[in-house]
Design a binder for this molecule. Structure first.
Ligand SMILES: CC(C)(COP(=O)(O)OP(=O)(O)OC[C@H]1O[C@@H](n2cnc3c(N)ncnc32)[C@H](O)[C@@H]1OP(=O)(O)O)[C@@H](O)C(=O)NCCC(=O)NCCS
Length: 199
């Protein structure tokens, strides 16, 4: 638990030049408070203390303005900058070293009407993904490793590894992995296994 907290604090220093010192980070980063309380809520959720888990999550939202469902699975060194208005749904899955800004929703796609059921309804973010302020990622889509989503984008389709997507509907502006794979083909003429990952 403390090792995780130490890693979280270190990741804030690495990603936010405004972080002054450890005390500053401990008292003034709601994203750190939210992920710490989420870890407790998630353990309670998995041990079937579901109402208590919900209470911890509600308290966290009250204090930080960040709503994370206790069932959401979140990796290491997760950083939510600013935080207010972030919503993360029950079946969201988040890898390591992911960064979200304020106003991001990792939500379901349905809008009232017929219930989508209890299955996977929320996005999966692979390791190293960054999502800009106000972006909405909706439905059980997958953002591949190190993908970037622009501020205020609305994404309802998968985004490949290394790609940057922005706008409404989210579209890909560049894909560093694709460029690297194309370069490799040009220099060696050998098809690469990773080529299958990009569209
Ligand atoms: C998406 C993003 C990562 C792209 O950064 P980049 O790779 O450096 O891309 P560029 O700045 O070169 O922009 C490329 C083009 O996309 C446009 N663009 C950039 N971000 C955009 C966005 N969020 N929505 C719509 N268009 C955007 C640029 O105007 C530019 O258009 P042009 O080619 O017609 O001039 C970045 O612009 C972004 O949105 N970051 C979010 C940061 C954030 O949320 N900060 C909050 C801090 S409090």
């Amino acid at each position: 638990m403390f090792r995780r907290l130490k890693e979280d604090i270190q990741s804030i220093f690495e990603r936010d030049p405004a972080a002054a010192n450890t005390l500053d980070v401990l008292v003034s980063y709601p994203g750190l408070h939210a992920i710490t309380m989420h870890r407790l809520a998630h353990v309670l959720w998995n041990k079937n203390f579901r109402l208590v888990a919900r209470l911890v999550s509600s308290l966290s939202r009250f204090i930080t303005g960040i709503e994370i469902h206790p069932g959401a699975r979140i990796g290491r060194r997760f950083f939510i900058d600013h935080g207010m208005g972030v919503v993360i749904g029950e079946t969201a899955e988040i890898g390591d070293d992911v960064t979200l800004y304020h106003g991001v929703t990792l939500g379901g796609k349905s809008l009232g009407g017929k219930s989508p059921g209890k299955g996977k309804r929320h996005p999966t973010l692979e390791s190293g993904v960054s999502v800009g302020a106000g972006a909405k990622i909706l439905g059980p889509v997958c953002l591949g490793k190190n993908a970037k989503i622009g501020a205020n984008a609305v994404v309802t389709k998968d985004v490949p590894e290394g790609a940057t997507a922005l706008g409404i509907p989210g579209h890909i502006i560049h894909n560093k992995l694709k460029v690297a794979v194309n370069d490799m083909h040009q220099t060696s003429g050998t098809p690469s296994k990773v080529a299958g990952l990009v569209s």
